[in-house]
Write a protein that binds this ligand. Structure first.
Ligand code: GDP
Ligand code: MG
Length: 247
């Protein structure tokens, strides 16, 4: 039996971007088997929720692995949406998330799932990475690439965890490990993956960065100046939280 995987797609105002990617993802995971997918959307108005339902409902009817989407009344942030979806899943061997905009193709999601399934039991978290190595192609705006490098250095320097790309929108984590660390996770914005990474590291869970191809889809929500500042502040919070726990 292959390991089971539950994937959350966090969505905020994604009705204009998610359609082709979700259809492709449903088709490939249907062939893979033992993968469930849930869209978690928060803070949309009625019109946006209706547009999302119009995209998702026909796919749900066709693919039983696509679970009913979750529409939350308040905006939780990307991390809040991912954790809400993960907390609902009680049995899968792996928990994961993937961005809704198709910057990472469904084929790359499948590749990461195959890699996870090579582990005899879920042990090592897999963080996709936009390193552009091993023949993987990466297309990103130069500003985002630059900020990504700065942010990766900040994470490595402040948290003493060597990582090149902590923010890539595709990750798989062993569910049993996540359940152990979940009560301590506080950050729900765009830097949630940094806190997740630190908590995994501190609990002794190794992680691998897996280079993937990435073709940045326009229309992203990250505001380079405002969100970079907030994310740097959150990395500092993670550092403070760790030093408090270390006494
Ligand atoms: N549920 C939820 N998802 C979010 C929120 N902010 C961003 N996302 C999702 O996070 C993913 C990455 O966001 P995106 O806008 O592509 O980021 P960018 O490309 O780095 O600017 C997408 O699937 C977004 O819909 C949020 O507040 N709530
Ligand atoms: Mg994006």
């Amino acid at each position: 039996m292959p390991a089971t995987v539950h994937l959350v797609i966090p969505c905020y105002q994604e009705s204009g971007r998610i359609g082709p990617f979700l259809a492709e993802l449903c088709a490939v995971t249907h062939e893979l088997g033992d993968v469930t997918i849930r869209v978690v959307e928060d803070g949309s108005d009625d019109a946006e929720a209706a547009r999302m339902r119009a995209i998702i409902t026909p796919l749900c009817e066709k693919h039983p692995y696509l679970l009913d989407p979750l529409f939350m009344p308040d905006n939780l942030g990307k991390g809040g949406a991912v954790y809400t979806g993960w907390n609902m899943e009680k049995t899968a061997d792996w928990l994961g998330f993937v961005d809704a905009d198709g910057s990472c193709s469904a084929a790359e999601v499948v590749r990461l799932i195959h890699l996870a399934r090579k582990q005899p039991t879920p042990h090592t978290a897999l963080f996709a990475s936009r390193l552009g190595q091993f023949g993987r192609k990466v297309h990103r705006q130069w500003k985002r690439r630059l900020i990504g490098h700065v942010f990766g250095s900040l994470v490595s320097t402040l948290l003493h965890i060597r990582i090149h790309d902590s923010q890539c929108g595709l990750k798989l984590v062993p569910r049993s490990t996540y359940q152990r660390i979940a009560p301590a996770l506080r950050i729900h914005g765009f830097a949630f993956d940094v806190e997740l990474l630190a908590a995994l590291h501190d609990t002794g869970c190794p992680f691998h960065e897996i280079p993937i191809s990435w073709f940045e889809t326009p229309g992203g929500h990250v505001h380079l100046v405002r969100d970079s500042f907030r994310m740097a502040r959150d990395v500092w919070r993670v550092r403070q939280g760790r030093s408090h726990r270390a006494g």
